[in-house]
Design a protein around this ligand. Structure first.
Ligand SMILES: Nc1nc2c(ncn2[C@@H]2O[C@H](COP(=O)(O)OP(=O)(O)OP(=O)(O)O)[C@@H](O)[C@H]2O)c(=O)[nH]1
Ligand SMILES: [Mg+2]
Length: 310
């Protein structure tokens, strides 16, 4: 990993910091209850379920996790805290270890960022650009959010800060035309990576979803296999409410993976379990802040540990 993430303990520390609110909330809810034995005190299991629901893991997952803890608690003499932790950790990790579609790397590798308004697409594009630059790769950014001039300016600020070329057209231009030009620039520069930032859109707006299809067609025409990845950027703070939207995006936008942003700003980080369950897509990255360093490669085991361990 780039950006000083090579030290695994630092990644874990940052993930823990990012998940602090969820972690504290969950363990506070569960903590009091697990002093009692599970068999003697079904209220303890209720409290655990309540804590999981408060973390937004979703009712189906909460029920399954509690059942798993119950089954194990009845069989072992281990301290209840340990049982809860170990079982939860294993179960969470299992549920998040989902294999995504096989991705053929492209040259240049083209990543399209999509999602509803304000989820963190532009920031994530900047974060991905920053880590690629740090890894010595050459990057091109495409401002395919032509909807607002401010959106292009926002990406422009990142591009100049990172010293990465930006391809843009004037506000109101066809985003597919931007992508066409950006592909040409990326090919001419023999870039390793082309990151395409798109406008936030509601999944219910047919013409805007159609626009994404056009962007993908144009990219594929210029660079074989492009876009090689379509990342759906979801805001963890929105929690369960984001799921319906996400489902529509995965149906029509060819999504290959998820980015869950703003994990640092929510006590409902458990929503990742509900999302993965619902969409059956792998989480590729987790956003834990607003700077370019605040993007972590998603790792199911590390995530489960950060959620549950002390
Ligand atoms: N705390 C926190 N803030 C984030 C994170 N990712 C993005 N943000 C903030 O969320 C806000 C929206 O981010 P943008 O990247 O502009 O979102 P967008 O999806 O491009 O928005 P639109 O283009 O308007 O649809 C900004 O203030 C970002 O700094 C994150 O992981 N953590
Ligand atoms: Mg944006």
């Amino acid at each position: 990993m780039a950006n000083g993430d090579r030290d695994p303990s630092s990644v874990l520390a940052r993930l823990k910091r990012g998940l602090f609110m969820t972690h504290t909330e969950l363990l506070a809810k569960v903590g009091g209850a697990i002093r009692a034995t599970f068999e003697a005190d079904p209220a303890a299991l209720d409290a655990l379920e309540e804590g999981l629901l408060a973390a937004d893991v979703g009712p189906a997952t909460a029920e399954e996790l509690v059942a798993a803890v119950k089954a194990e608690a009845g069989r072992r003499d281990a301290a209840e805290q340990d049982v809860v932790r170990r079982v939860l950790k294993a179960e969470v990790e299992k549920r998040l270890s989902i294999r995504g579609p096989d991705l053929a790397p492209g040259s240049p590798h083209v990543i399209l960022l999509v999602g509803v308004n304000g989820t963190g697409k532009t920031t994530t594009a900047a974060k991905l650009a920053a880590r690629a630059v740090a890894a010595g790769k050459s990057v091109v950014l495409a401002a395919a959010d032509t909807f607002r001039a401010a959106a292009m300016e926002q990406l422009e600020v990142w591009a100049s800060r990172l010293n990465v070329p930006l391809v843009k057209l004037k506000a109101g231009a066809d985003p597919a035309a931007v992508v066409h030009d950006a592909c040409a620039v990326a090919l001419a520069r023999k870039a390793d990576l082309l990151l395409v930032d798109t406008a936030g859109r509601l999944h219910t707006k047919h013409n805007l979803m159609e626009e994404l299809s056009k962007i993908r067609r144009i990219a594929a025409r210029s660079i074989p296999g492009a876009p090689h990845e379509v990342l759906l950027v979801l805001d963890a703070v929105t929690g369960m409410n984001g799921i319906a939207q996400a489902r529509e995006f995965t149906k029509s936008a060819g999504v290959t993976g998820l980015v869950l942003t703003k994990m640092d700003g929510t006590a409902k980080g458990g929503v990742i379990l509900a999302i993965v369950r619902e969409l059956a897509l792998p989480v590729r990255y987790v956003g834990v802040g607003e700077t370019t360093d605040d993007l972590l490669d998603f790792d199911a085991a590390a995530f489960a540990g950060a959620l549950v361990d002390d």
